[in-house]
Design a protein around this ligand. Structure first.
Ligand SMILES: [Zn+2]
Length: 553
């Protein structure tokens, strides 16, 4: 039986992130992104209260943090006590593939729960970023995006055991971790499969590699094309799905400027040429009704020029560049700045590992780590190094610096750090490397209260280390209470958003000229999009998503 194309948005339509969209037509049931909804997670959880790994899917499903989609989830994550029939009572049919637009966790952070027999389709760069993130990060359930360790029910917990047998799940230390099957847009780059065959565990835990394969032109019986776009992470793409009733396009997250701004323009031209029936479009920077549209736009090129000017104001002093951990485009901007002003960029070992992983996908990504090139700040640790740590030491051993080395000539270094590296400031300050230096904050504004507290802590660290700061400030507001600000004239221009401005989004829709738009990834209501489109004279109809409701057009 042939069914008309439909879309079901499960999540991520009234929040920035958490995107989970199902496209269905006949034998093609494609999940477009499967991200973590941090806003909804934050309504229940915080740093010290998290879903329990030993309960598998239970906490997520019961709290409505994951949708009920039959056949989607790993069978080993249903505790038999809670779900004796697993998902047999749910409706719908098993998705045939998960397509990821990019490697931000609000778009792919729930893939760890997905049945590993369902292939994940992405760019090679997205896979490389996710694999490096998983290898170097903490090992919990949600991290199992590129390889998986299966769980089995156990009745033996830490205490007297469980009197309700079948509630607890446990990982098997001896069992092999198995790579997820990935299908890669544009094929598998030379040598990349080999890089992925390397075990993340050394010899300690068995690892079964699964070589990625080239994504086919047809997914199910539907032609699907990925188109590169620029975003604040490499490897981002948009999708064009040739459904029977006409083209369905999905923007993912995108912006017009940046290194790959031309790719975004290419995507737009493709839309102009094909005229989509439906455009699923992000709306991160839409303004609230009655507000002036967004902040002025800073481009990546301006960020580089502005940051360079700041670095030049601190000759002989240490400068710290603080930017998003997977923003390699920004890292490369700071590498160019360092080279231009006679400094060396200093990375954490994790950054070094990430760069060599990305280099195996795109050889133009620099890995000049060593004397005369980029350096690595030693991370003191005891105990057995993890496989990725050994690899960085083996490959780039002569790039390492300790805090004393940095202190002998702090003006020679530009250190890539963030709030979560602040413990290392203790050693740098003790060696007198930080006094009079600069903390250059080049990342996004705080989202929510908890992050605001982190900025308060960060400012405390910076002040304690005797450094100056630019990019944000806490200062007494009109009522005398300290307020977090990013809009002081001295602070703006050191970061560029990964998202198109409101005006650019409206222009994109105007040029694509779709019959229908489905707004996602926004905190504004669908009516707000309607208002803005009407004011601009764009005829597209807004189809408002509701969680789990099938949309047709
Ligand atoms: Zn994103």
């Amino acid at each position: 039986m042939h069914r008309a194309a439909s879309l079901t948005v499960f999540d991520g339509h009234s929040s920035i992130g958490g995107t989970k969209i199902l496209f269905e037509q006949g034998e093609a049931r494609l999940l477009l992104d499967f991200g973590t909804n941090y806003k909804r997670m934050g309504e229940f959880y915080e740093e010290y209260l998290k879903p329990r790994a030993s309960r598998g899917l239970t906490d997520y499903l019961e709290l409505g943090l994951l949708p009920q989609v039959r056949g989607l989830y790993r069978p080993d994550l249903f505790p038999p006590y809670d779900y004796p029939r697993r998902d047999a009572d749910w409706s719908g049919e098993r998705p045939t593939a998960v397509l990821l637009t990019h490697a931000h966790l609000d778009h792919c952070g729930a893939v760890g729960f997905v049945d590993p027999t369902i292939p994940v389709v992405s760019t090679p760069m997205t896979l490389a970023l996710l694999r490096a993130w998983q290898e170097t990060g903490s090992t919990d359930l949600t991290s199992e995006i590129t390889y998986v360790g299966s769980r089995t029910p156990t009745d033996r917990g830490g205490g007297p055991g469980d009197s309700l047998p079948g509630r607890l799940l446990q990982g098997d230390r001896e069992a092999a971790r198995r790579a997820r099957p990935f299908w890669l847009w544009g094929g598998v780059p030379d040598g990349f499969a080999e890089t992925l065959r390397r075990s993340p565990f050394g010899g300690r835990t068995p690892f079964e590699a699964v070589d990625p394969v080239a994504a086919p032109r047809m997914l199910g019986d539907v032609p699907v094309e990925s188109h590169g776009v620029d975003h604040s992470v490499y490897g981002a793409s948009a999708f064009l799905i040739e459904a029977d009733g006409g083209l369905v396009a999905y923007s993912g997250d995108l912006r017009r400027h940046g290194e790959l701004g031309k790719e975004t323009e290419g995507f737009l031209r493709r839309l102009e040429a094909k005229r989509p029936e439906v455009l699923i479009v992000e709306g991160t920077r839409l303004s609230a009704s009655g507000n002036a549209p967004g902040q002025p736009m800073t481009t990546e090129q301006e960020v580089e020029a502005n940051c360079r000017r700041e670095v030049e104001r601190y000759p002989g002093r240490l400068v710290v560049a603080d930017f998003g951990p997977r923003n390699v485009e920004r890292l490369r901007s700071f590498r160019r700045i360092a080279n231009a002003v006679g400094r060396s960029l200093v990375l954490t070992p994790k950054d070094a590992y990430l760069l060599q992983m990305l280099h195996s996908v795109d050889p133009s990504i620099e890995t000049d780590l060593g004397p005369g090139g980029m350096r690595i700040l030693e991370e003191p640790s005891v105990g057995l190094p993890r496989a990725w740590q050994s690899l960085v030491v083996d490959r780039f051993g002569d790039a390492y610096l300790n805090p004393h080395d940095v202190a002998t000539n702090p003006g020679r270094y530009l250190l890539c750090f963030s709030f979560f590296d602040c413990n290392d400031l203790v050693d740098l300050k003790k060696e007198r490397a930080t006094e009079g230096g600069l903390w250059l904050y080049s990342s996004s504004e705080a989202h929510g209260e908890e992050q605001e507290f982190d900025f308060l802590r960060l400012q405390k660290w910076i002040g304690w280390a005797g450094m100056h700061q630019v990019g944000f400030r806490y200062e007494p507001g009109p009522s005398g209470v300290p307020e977090l600000r990013f809009d002081h004239p001295d602070d703006i221009g050191h970061h560029a958003s990964g998202h198109a401005t409101e005006a650019e989004l409206l222009e994109l829709i105007d040029r694509a000229n779709p019959k229908v738009i489905v707004p996602v990834h926004t905190e504004q209501s669908p009516q707000r999009y309607e208002e803005l489109l009407r004011a601009k004279g764009v005829p597209a109809r807004v189809l408002a998503p509701r969680a789990g409701v099938r949309l047709t057009w």
